[in-house]
Design a protein around this ligand. Structure first.
Ligand code: MGD
Ligand code: MGD
Ligand code: SF4
Ligand code: MO
Length: 742
């Protein structure tokens, strides 16, 4: 790497290996009783002090420009310190309610997204020999536009699918483009991440709540590791609460970074948390520990009580390996602290969509919180207020707006079979639809801000299916595996430090995600790319505005202009803050859910087993995110690569011994779909029947030179499935054989 930034030597000197950081170190520490302690953070700098610090890093010409971290969808407010036209450091913006002046490792390393020598520097087109070669933007736009117009004329506009990321700032521009073209098939990564969680919460309280981590007294998490899958504001708030005496309880088949710092770690069999939560509900109801307002605030209490009568803690112990006494005790302790307590609503993990029963787990979690009266109480859970910004369809600037297509979607989401998947989709079925032509043939795919070959189950099936398409366009900063293996055209987007994005709402503040340096290469923002494509597709009339004008139109009803946000974040005007309400059909918390009933599901949560369970020589493969990388997007960034260059297979020593595997041995992990090679890490921090590997490794893109062939891809081992109700991927329903590689 020639393009490394000058702070590299400092990080290099720290050399924290992954095993020390979360594997052996954390595991051995906790198992030996030397539990890791969470220390609250020192007071953050104020904005003025941060400015001084910026000036002190070098010449007086260092500027601290406010913007938004886009290294993950938490979107912390940042200050980018710019000297001589170069970002030299990124710190948390102390005025930002999300970052509160602090960033995680990924946020601080974010400048490498921009300065990575392996970035894509100009549009590329694959030639007849299979090589990606530079072309001009004009050529790329014209050829793609012509092709899409002819595809629309021949096969209909629905034969275009746009695989997207709902966190992309330009997602609403992309859906507008698809509406204008006439395709219903804009679809996000939701089923690979959070759709089961959202379906479960929407069915119960009408929306996804967030936790009051700062004021909680008792926190129970079923597999949401907030210091592994980091949300910086949640970590800061929970650490402070813990320091003030809150108790933290973590259920996880392995000793994750969060399990290691929690007060209590309860190893649970993969996919069986539902049994424990149902048993906790049983305890709460049987012992009368529920809130006195249960009959006025909720519907379906009697039905729930009847359904859970059989789910005793002893019954749950048989399913989950969590002792009946632990389940009973934790339910009682939780009730004693309620309503300043909560069971984590989840993100990805077991609620978000790892398992076949993830919707049921989320529903049960929601009901348990409701029984304890935690919803709407300090230290409990709260519904989020609606966005203070107007919806696109209300903006005069965007008129006329194209009407959304009425054609059924390629994945059936929102149709009779998948009513609850509306808005989330089943993106992962794309290879099956391409291969079968059912419900209709697909001719073209645009991939934007997502990496299906590594993030959706069975990446090989995607590579095979995409090779049959007339057109594949990938929009990314770097040569993702999807771009490398499937794209006809690769369109490079400017990074978040180089581009202007739509105004962002960070809790109580409005933030301008603004460029802090000019684009280094021949790249464009997502908005410019969408507009360029629209023009080339003959749809330019729907994009006759700039992002500056779009931002001003969004802010106008609040009496603001985007220029007001250039120097600092601006609090949302009080008049624009709306109260959240419970948006269920009954207007109450639905313990018995009418939406679930309509979708043909159980009205109240009942036991649904996971799809697979370890048996014989087969082990359950589970996965998860790690503190120092984001999904598949950071493996090639030098700072983070140094902290964790590859993933390993966590395996219990007893299971390793049976297979003749020692620490550091190369293993072969084989599922029904594929096999992978990665090194073994022996740890008692995982239950014997499961093996774990971190998500985000195993690049096949040679253009990511640091990450190429480091570790292995977990998603590649999972079959393509759609879990009931949500249509989520259930990508942890995987059994594998593990042996020492020869
Ligand atoms: N540092 C960092 N932060 C991130 C991300 C990142 O990649 N890196 N990604 C962001 C994104 S997109 C998301 S969605 C979130 C994800 O954050 P989380 O929702 O916390 O998701 P995961 O890390 O996927 O899974 C969490 C844990 O679930 C455990 N697990 C597996 N099976 C089971 C089970 O059956 N029961 C229980 N109780 N636990 C189980 C795994 O061992 C793992 O420790 O994090 C976000 N923040
Ligand atoms: N087996 C298994 N599968 C999983 C998971 C798991 O734990 N195990 N985790 C799941 C989860 S929680 C999630 S959220 C998904 C995530 O899956 P994806 O949606 O694929 O997200 P990333 O892996 O972060 O890849 C995003 C791609 O977008 C690019 N990118 C980043 N920022 C931008 C931008 O601003 N513009 C553009 N154009 N491109 C950008 C990155 O370079 C990267 O190539 O994966 C899921 N898949
Ligand atoms: S949690 Fe970390 S990566 Fe995510 S937005 Fe905040 S600083 Fe950036
Ligand atoms: Mo996610």
């Amino acid at each position: 790497m020639t393009d490394l930034h000058d702070a590299t030597p400092r990080l290099a000197a720290r050399r924290v290996t992954r095993r020390k950081f979360i594997g052996g170190g954390a595991a051995a520490g906790a198992l030996a009783g030397v539990a890791y302690r969470l220390e609250p953070f020192a007071p953050g700098p104020d904005a003025a002090a941060a400015g001084v610090a910026a000036a002190e890093t070098g010449s007086a010409t260092t500027r601290a420009v406010p913007s938004v971290c886009q290294m993950c969808s938490t979107n912390c407010g940042i200050l980018a310190h710019v000297r001589g036209g170069r970002v030299v450091r990124i710190t948390g913006n102390p005025d930002d309610p999300v970052s509160q002046g602090r960033l995680c490792a990924r946020g601080q390393a974010g400048l490498q997204m921009t300065y990575d020598a392996d970035r894509i520097r100009q549009p590329l087109k694959r030639d007849a020999s299979g090589r990606l070669r530079p072309v001009s933007w004009q050529q790329a736009f014209t050829e793609i536009g012509d092709k899409l117009q002819s595809i629309s004329a021949t096969h209909g506009p629905h034969s275009l699918v746009l695989l997207a990321h709902s966190g992309h700032p330009y997602a609403s521009w992309e859906t507008r483009l698809m509406d204008a073209y006439g395709s219903p098939n804009w679809t996000s990564h939701a089923p690979t991440c959070f759709s089961s969680r959202n379906v479960g919460w929407v069915a119960t309280v009408g929306d996804l709540p967030s936790g009051d981590y700062r004021n909680t007294r008792y926190y129970v998490s079923f597999g949401r590791g907030i210091t592994d899958g980091i949300s910086s504001p949640q970590v800061q708030a929970l650490v402070q609460a813990h320091h003030e005496g809150a108790r933290l309880v973590m259920f996880d088949p392995r000793l994750s970074a969060f399990a290691a710092v929690a007060d209590e770690w309860l190893p649970v069999r993969p996919g069986t948390d539902l049994a424990v939560v149902l048993a906790m509900i049983n305890v709460i109801i049987r012992k009368g520990l529920y809130t006195s307002s249960i009959r006025t605030d909720t519907v379906g209490f009697d039905q729930l009580a009847q359904a859970v009568a059989r789910y005793t803690p002893a019954w749950a112990a048989g399913k989950s390996a969590v002792s009946a006494s632990a389940t009973t005790r934790i339910a009682e302790e939780l009730a004693a602290e309620a309503p300043s307590a909560f069971v984590e609503p989840g993100w990805h993990g077991p609620q978000g969509g790892m398992y076949w029963n993830s919707v049921a787990l989320t529903r049960a979690t929601a009901c348990l919180n409701a029984l304890l009266g935690n919803l709407g109480s300090p230290g409990g859970l709260k519904l989020n207020p609606p966005s203070p910004l107007p919806a696109d369809k209300k903006l005069a600037l965007l008129q006329p707006s194209p009407a959304p297509s009425r054609t059924a979607r390629f994945d059936g989401a929102g149709g009779p079979e998948w009513p609850l998947a509306k808005g989330f989709g089943r993106a992962q079925v794309i290879p099956d639809v391409i291969e079968s032509g059912v419900p209709y043939p697909i001719s073209a795919v645009i991939v934007s801000h997502t990496n299906p070959v590594r993030s959706y189950p069975n990446g090989d099936a995607i590579i095979r299916a995409f090779s049959k398409l007339d057109l594949v366009v990938v929009i990314d900063h770097q040569m993702s595996d999807t771009a490398w293996t499937t794209a006809h055209y690769v369109l490079p987007e400017s990074t978040y430090l180089e581009r202007l994005d739509p105004v962002h709402v960070a809790g109580t503040h409005l933030v301008l995600p603004q460029p802090v340096v000019a684009p280094l290469h021949d790249t464009k923002s997502g908005g410019e790319i969408v507009r360029g494509l629209a023009q080339a597709m003959g749809l330019g009339r729907y994009f006759g505005f700039t992002v500056e004008q779009y931002n001003d139109a969004l802010l106008a009803p609040l009496g603001l202009r985007s220029a007001d946000l250039a120097e600092h974040e601006v609090p949302v005007p009080a008049s624009a803050i709306k109260k959240p309400k419970i948006k269920t059909p009954s207007g109450k918390i639905e313990l018995a859910s009418s939406l679930m009933a309509k979708a043909g599901g159980p009205t109240v949560p009942v036991w649904e087993p996971p799809l697979v369970q370890a048996a014989g020589s087969k082990l359950h493969l589970i996965t998860g995110h790690v503190p120092m990388h984001t999904n598949t997007m950071t493996a090639n960034l030098a700072y983070l690569h140094r902290l964790m260059p590859e993933n390993e297979l966590w395996i219990h020593p007893s299971e390793a011994r049976r297979r003749g595997i020692s620490e550091g041995d190369m293993t072969e992990v084989r599922s029904d779909v594929a096999s992978a090679r990665l090194r073994a890490h022996l740890t008692e921090g995982i239950i014997p029947e499961a093996v774990w590997m971190a998500h985000g490794f195993g690049n096949v893109s040679r253009a990511q030179r640091l990450a190429y062939r480091k570790g292995a891809s977990d998603a590649a081992l999972a079959p393509i499935r759609s879990a009931p109700y949500s249509g989520a991927t259930a990508a942890s329903e995987v059994l594998v054989t593990v042996r020492k590689a020869v």
